[in-house]
Structure formats: C-alpha cells, structure tokens
Design a protein around this ligand. Structure first.
Ligand code: AMP
Length: 359
C-alpha cells in the first residue's frame, strides 16, 4: 500500500480511552482523526478532529464515515464484523481487518486458532447448554472457569466451578449463553506481549510486562517482568507467530499464564492496543499508540526498545479522582476524561519511571 501522508484522515471505530490515546498519537503524527461511536460524547471525541455518533449497524452513517477517511482502525474488539465489512465496502481499508476480529470475538474459535499455531492454552471444552457442564468439568480435571464464548471482558461473563454442585448456578450466572469451560491454571504470574505488525509484514514486540489483576481487572503492569529471558523470548516469538497467521496489521496483545516451571499457556488475545501496554509511551522509544497509527498509515515501525524500568498503575473507580498533589516527580498521569467514576470503571492510569533500564 502507499503510505498515508501527514494530513490524511484516519477513522477509529470506538470512542473509549484506547481511542482517545490513539487519536492523540495520530494527531502528533499529523493526521486528522475521526471517531465513530454509538455513545454520545465519547471520551475519544474530545481530543479528535470530529465525531460520528451513530449505531454499529447504521450503514448510511458508516458509508459517510468511510468516505471521510483514508484508512480506518478500531479500539474495541467487539465491533461487529459487519460494521468493518460495511466500511471496507464503502472504500476505506480497515486495519486490522475482519479476520483478527472474527477469531478473537469467540473464545472457542480464538483458543482453537491459538492451538493450531502451536500456542498452547489451558484445556477447554465447549459448553452449549446446561447438560454439557458436568462432562466438561470432568474433562478439565474437576475445577474450571466457565466463560461465555462472546462479549466477556475484565472477568465479566465468568464463573468458577469447583464441584459438580456449583455447575447449575455458574451456568445461570454467565447468563445461560454458549460458553467454554476452561481448566483452572495454577500460574506463578501473568504476562502479556504487545506486538505490532506493519502493513508490509514487519513485526516488533515490547518487553512483556508482569500483570496483576484485582477482581478480574488489570491493576498493575511491571517491566521488567523478572522472568528468565528464555521465557520472555518464547512469549514474544509466539505473539509474532500469531500476528503473521492472522495477517494482522496494527498492535495486538497476547496474554499468558506462566506456570511455576516457566511453561507458557496463552489465555486470550486482543486485536488492538492494550491496557497492559500503557507504560510503553513513557518507557520505550516508541509507544503502542504511535506504533499502531504508524501501522494503520502504512509507515515503517518505530523501535520498541525499552529505556526505563517502569510500572503502570490503573486508576479504577474512585481512585480516578486522583489529586494532582499526590503525583511523584517521575509519575506520568493519563486521565481518560470520563464524566463519572463508577466502581470497576477504568478512569486513568499512572506510569511511573523507576529509573534507567538496568538489564
Ligand atoms: P480473562 O477475562 O479470561 O482474561 O480472565 C480474567 C482473569 O481471571 C485472568 O487474567 C486471570 O487472572 C483469571 N483467570 C482467567 N482464567 C483463568 C484460569 N483458567 N485459571 C486461573 N485463573 C484464570
């Protein structure tokens, strides 16, 4: 593809905080960024050149939007595939395309695809109805997590099952929707690899952060991870294999469980910039948001070299009402411009540089 010139227009499907940070990075590179969101007054809209507030299935609005853009990307993995197809049909290339979305939107398809690329996951079984739960529980070893195939994130649509007696309640708790039952993983820690793939197939990964979750929501990412280099290298290589297999263009995040012996089991991937990569703009030569916009524009990748040891602390709910007086001299505050703090809602994050990289 011909690289976009500065001054070109890039559209983003979705208007949350990821769209907001992508829009800022796009503006820095000289692009006009337009946001398309079903939400009124989306956080990304307030830093963009324009906002389309319309439904995902509004073909007329999507066509107009596509005509206003030289290329389109997304910040939300549950954008309907039909929406992406409508934008492409109206003449704007969408990066990443429908394939990455189709695979990642269904946990069963996603994990089957990962396994086919020689990227192991925990054992999982399809659960299409309440009658499947008990046999699936036996197959995964007696304890597992029931997860809806579609639409779950941040621990939503999930229920643990520790004995056959808990099966029925768990099925009800996830909304009686098609699901998978996944074996419980006794991990030593969780990491993720943020990987970028340019339009001409070049790939780069960042150092894998060690991620800590609270109530199913990411609360802390730390680099370096403290894991042996061989484990990190293997995690990076698998993520690179995944983006090649998907023919993905842009940034993608692959999350892993790390077993006590260093074995990696992939959990899931998000075909977009990711919360566990929010430290990259402050700690690396090129951050994930700039890198993603470079990919969408058909530009070459920037170096992902890490310059600093760092940690990223998520500000969730009331914690987002941060007092500027509490910030340390090496803290970078990013707030998402959300009008209201609700429990579990991601309001912003702090990236703390802990000093020059030591390894
Ligand atoms: P997910 O939405 O699949 O990323 O799950 C959210 C969090 O729940 C993960 O980051 C883990 O901390 C935990 N979790 C999910 N699946 C499992 C599993 N099979 N075994 C142990 N912990 C899990």
């Amino acid at each position: 593809m011909t690289p976009l010139r500065p001054g070109a227009t890039i559209g983003i499907l979705g208007g949350g905080q990821l769209g907001r940070m992508l829009a800022s990075a796009g503006a820095q590179l000289g692009f006009d960024v337009l946001i398309y969101s079903p939400e009124e007054d989306p956080p990304a809209g307030r830093v963009a050149a324009g906002v389309w507030s319309a439904a995902w299935d509004d073909t007329e609005a999507l066509t107009e939007f596509a005509k206003a853009c030289d290329a389109v990307t997304l910040e939300f993995e549950n954008v309907p595939v039909r929406t992406v197809e409508a934008v492409e049909a109206a003449g704007a290339p969408v990066r990443p395309g429908a394939r990455s979305l189709t695979v990642s939107q269904d946990r069963y398809t996603e994990k089957t695809f990962l396994n086919a690329q020689d990227i192991p996951t925990a054992r999982f079984e399809p659960v299409d109805g309440p009658g499947d739960v008990i046999s699936a529980l036996k197959a995964v070893g007696g304890t597992g997590v029931l997860k809806t195939r579609r639409e779950g994130y941040d621990g939503k649509g999930q229920a643990w099952i520790r004995s056959p007696e808990e099966a029925e309640a768990a099925w009800r708790r996830i909304g009686e929707a098609p699901a998978i039952l996944e074996a419980a993983v006794g991990f030593q820690c969780e990491i993720s690899v943020i990987v970028a793939r340019s339009a001409n197939g070049e790939t780069a990964t960042w150092a894998p952060p060690r991620n800590t979750h609270k109530d199913g929501i990411l609360s802390l990412s730390q680099v370096p991870s403290g894991l042996p280099k061989a484990v990190e290298d293997e995690a990076r290589a698998k993520a690179q294999r995944l983006v090649q297999a998907l023919d993905h263009v842009g940034v993608l995040a692959l999350e892993y469980f790390v077993l006590p012996d260093g074995t990696l089991l992939a959990n899931e991937f998000a075909p977009r910039v990711h919360n566990s990569g929010h430290w990259t703009p402050e700690a690396c030569q090129t951050g994930q948001f700039e890198q993603h916009m470079r990919c969408v524009a058909g530009w070459p990748l920037g170096s992902t070299y890490r310059l600093f040891d760092a940690e990223m602390i998520n500000l969730i709910g009331e914690a987002g009402l941060v007092s500027p007086a509490s910030l340390g001299p090496y803290d970078t505050l990013t707030l998402y411009g959300k009008r209201e703090a609700r429990p579990g809602r991601k309001m912003g994050h702090i990236t703390r540089r802990l000093g020059p990289r030591k390894d």
